[in-house]
Design a protein around this ligand. Structure first.
Ligand code: MF3
Ligand code: CO
Ligand code: CO
Length: 284
């Protein structure tokens, strides 16, 4: 008897698929990588540009304005503006905010940690990336959490190649976080992207090796683990966007957009300025 409990993963050539979410994983062509490189370069360069501005005294709204102008100046558009009613270019998630913090009048202060997440659309292609910054000097606990979260992302990326499974990626993030007495958030995940912002598959940051869809050349997706220095539970604030840790523990996140190649992975959102862990390079 065959096991029918797990539906077989379906894939479709992206050029044969409608440009909407259809419950099937799209496989892009080698020439489509160039579009993703350009979009990813703009998103990563936008975060590089913000680096010198992330310091005590600036508002998150000012950072958002800088990012918006940068993206338009580079012939791209901010994917978040108008996305499900969101009105900003970046998400700014400070301290116990897990993700989707809304830019506003909040002023950065010494000791804060902040994730800035940006998505640019260039010629129809999406580049989605986020990093962590430290404002002034932060606690060792905060620095350790940011290191751990970056390591979770990179350990997961190391496993991306044809024949690997999404469960391998989730397991890598979860195992490393939990081995260090932290936890991974279950309520938000990475995602397929390309000509859509959020597409199949869901890329969860927990799981079991060898399970889940198999990675194939031409898959484009993000990995974006959120790691809490406490329990994994989150709650949504009344603004409908801001997600915070239930236990008010600190949370950190890093995100890259990537494509599966014939023999491994290509990252589309590498920092041109080498600011992969900007919290290690204080703003001037
Ligand atoms: N950039 C986020 C992600 O990684 C999505 C933000 S959606 C927004 O998927 F509307 F909040 F901006
Ligand atoms: Co994303
Ligand atoms: Co993002």
């Amino acid at each position: 008897m065959t096991d029918t409990s797990l539906p077989e993963t379906q894939y479709i050539r992206a050029k044969d698929a409608p440009q909407r979410k259809i419950g099937v994983i799209k496989l892009y062509e080698p020439e489509d990588f160039e579009g993703m490189r350009r979009a990813g370069y703009i998103a990563a360069s936008c975060l590089d540009m913000l680096h010198e501005h992330v310091k005590a005294g600036i508002t998150t709204e000012a950072l958002d304005t800088l990012a918006r102008e940068f993206i338009y100046d580079h012939g791209a558009t901010p994917a978040c503006i108008g996305y499900r009613g969101y009105q900003h270019t970046v998400c700014t998630s400070i301290n116990h905010v897990v993700c989707h913090g809304i830019p506003g009048e909040k002023v950065l202060k010494d000791g804060d940690i902040i994730n800035i997440d940006v998505t640019a659309i260039k010629d129809g292609w999406h580049g989605d990336t986020s990093r962590m910054w430290a404002v002034g000097s932060v606690s060792r606990k905060a620095e350790r959490l940011m290191d751990l979260t970056y390591e979770c992302l990179m350990k997961a990326i190391d496993l991306v190649k044809p024949g690997a499974h999404l469960g391998d990626i989730g397991h890598a993030c979860q195992a490393h976080a939990e081995a260090n007495r932290c936890s991974v958030v279950r309520d938000f995940c990475g995602h397929g992207l390309g000509q859509l912002f959020h597409d199949e598959p869901n890329v969860v940051h927990f799981g079991t090796p060898g399970t889940g869809p198999e990675l194939k050349p031409g898959m484009f997706f993000t990995i974006e683990p959120m790691v809490n220095d406490g329990k994994p539970g989150v709650k949504l604030l009344s603004d409908g966007w801001t997600a915070v840790t239930r236990d008010r523990s600190l949370s950190a996140q890093f995100e890259h957009s990537m494509g599966v190649t014939e023999d491994g992975v290509e990252l589309f959102t590498v920092s041109p300025a080498g600011l992969h862990q900007p919290y290690k390079t204080p703003a001037a």
